[in-house]
Design a binder for this molecule. Structure first.
Ligand SMILES: [Zn+2]
Length: 105
Protein backbone atom coordinates (compact mmCIF):
# COMPACT_ATOMS: atom_id res chain seq x y z
CA UNK A 1 0.00 0.00 0.00
CA UNK A 2 1.49 3.33 -1.06
CA UNK A 3 1.59 6.35 1.19
CA UNK A 4 -1.06 7.97 -1.00
CA UNK A 5 -3.35 4.94 -0.67
CA UNK A 6 -2.82 4.91 3.07
CA UNK A 7 -3.55 8.65 3.32
CA UNK A 8 -6.64 8.21 1.13
CA UNK A 9 -7.86 5.33 3.31
CA UNK A 10 -7.35 7.35 6.49
CA UNK A 11 -9.17 10.35 4.97
CA UNK A 12 -12.15 8.18 3.95
CA UNK A 13 -12.27 6.57 7.39
CA UNK A 14 -12.14 9.99 9.09
CA UNK A 15 -14.80 11.40 6.76
CA UNK A 16 -17.16 8.51 7.49
CA UNK A 17 -16.56 8.83 11.24
CA UNK A 18 -17.14 12.60 11.34
CA UNK A 19 -20.17 12.41 9.05
CA UNK A 20 -21.80 9.70 11.17
CA UNK A 21 -21.14 11.58 14.42
CA UNK A 22 -22.44 14.89 13.04
CA UNK A 23 -25.56 13.33 11.46
CA UNK A 24 -26.37 11.65 14.77
CA UNK A 25 -25.92 14.91 16.71
CA UNK A 26 -27.91 16.84 14.08
CA UNK A 27 -30.93 14.52 14.55
CA UNK A 28 -30.50 14.47 18.32
CA UNK A 29 -30.40 18.29 18.61
CA UNK A 30 -33.44 18.73 16.33
CA UNK A 31 -35.42 16.15 18.36
CA UNK A 32 -34.36 17.67 21.67
CA UNK A 33 -34.78 21.37 20.81
CA UNK A 34 -37.44 21.39 18.07
CA UNK A 35 -35.21 23.81 16.14
CA UNK A 36 -35.57 23.72 12.33
CA UNK A 37 -32.90 21.98 10.21
CA UNK A 38 -31.25 25.18 8.94
CA UNK A 39 -30.88 26.58 12.46
CA UNK A 40 -29.14 23.39 13.59
CA UNK A 41 -26.97 23.17 10.46
CA UNK A 42 -25.93 26.79 10.95
CA UNK A 43 -24.89 25.95 14.51
CA UNK A 44 -22.86 23.02 13.17
CA UNK A 45 -21.09 25.32 10.68
CA UNK A 46 -20.42 27.81 13.49
CA UNK A 47 -18.98 24.99 15.60
CA UNK A 48 -16.56 24.09 12.77
CA UNK A 49 -15.44 27.73 12.61
CA UNK A 50 -15.01 27.85 16.37
CA UNK A 51 -13.01 24.60 16.40
CA UNK A 52 -10.84 26.01 13.59
CA UNK A 53 -10.05 29.08 15.71
CA UNK A 54 -9.15 26.97 18.74
CA UNK A 55 -6.90 24.70 16.63
CA UNK A 56 -5.26 27.72 14.95
CA UNK A 57 -4.64 29.32 18.36
CA UNK A 58 -3.04 26.08 19.59
CA UNK A 59 -0.69 26.20 16.57
CA UNK A 60 0.40 29.82 17.00
CA UNK A 61 2.72 31.61 19.39
CA UNK A 62 5.65 30.51 21.53
CA UNK A 63 3.93 27.38 22.93
CA UNK A 64 2.50 26.22 19.60
CA UNK A 65 1.89 22.54 18.89
CA UNK A 66 5.05 21.16 17.24
CA UNK A 67 3.23 19.08 14.58
CA UNK A 68 4.19 21.51 11.83
CA UNK A 69 0.80 22.92 10.82
CA UNK A 70 0.99 26.68 10.30
CA UNK A 71 -2.51 28.14 10.17
CA UNK A 72 -3.14 30.75 7.48
CA UNK A 73 -6.56 32.14 8.29
CA UNK A 74 -7.60 33.66 4.92
CA UNK A 75 -6.82 30.57 2.84
CA UNK A 76 -7.89 28.12 5.58
CA UNK A 77 -11.30 29.79 5.83
CA UNK A 78 -11.63 29.74 2.04
CA UNK A 79 -10.83 26.00 2.03
CA UNK A 80 -13.45 25.35 4.73
CA UNK A 81 -16.08 27.35 2.83
CA UNK A 82 -15.27 25.55 -0.43
CA UNK A 83 -15.53 22.17 1.30
CA UNK A 84 -19.06 23.08 2.43
CA UNK A 85 -20.10 24.31 -1.02
CA UNK A 86 -18.51 21.32 -2.80
CA UNK A 87 -20.19 18.78 -0.50
CA UNK A 88 -23.60 20.40 -1.06
CA UNK A 89 -23.16 20.49 -4.86
CA UNK A 90 -21.80 16.93 -5.08
CA UNK A 91 -24.72 15.57 -3.11
CA UNK A 92 -27.19 17.55 -5.22
CA UNK A 93 -25.59 16.23 -8.44
CA UNK A 94 -25.78 12.65 -7.09
CA UNK A 95 -29.46 13.14 -6.21
CA UNK A 96 -30.30 14.54 -9.65
CA UNK A 97 -28.43 11.72 -11.39
CA UNK A 98 -30.39 9.07 -9.46
CA UNK A 99 -33.81 10.73 -9.86
CA UNK A 100 -35.89 9.11 -12.59
CA UNK A 101 -37.03 11.51 -15.30
CA UNK A 102 -40.71 12.30 -14.79
CA UNK A 103 -42.84 12.75 -17.89
CA UNK A 104 -41.63 13.59 -21.36
CA UNK A 105 -40.66 16.89 -22.90
ZN1 LIG B 1 -0.46 20.28 15.86
Amino acid sequence: MSLTDETERRLEEAEAHIRTAMAKEFCHVMDKTGLPPMAVLRLAAQAVGSIYCEAADAHSGPRACPCGWCPHQPSDIEILGMALVTACRMRRAEDLASTPVAGTA
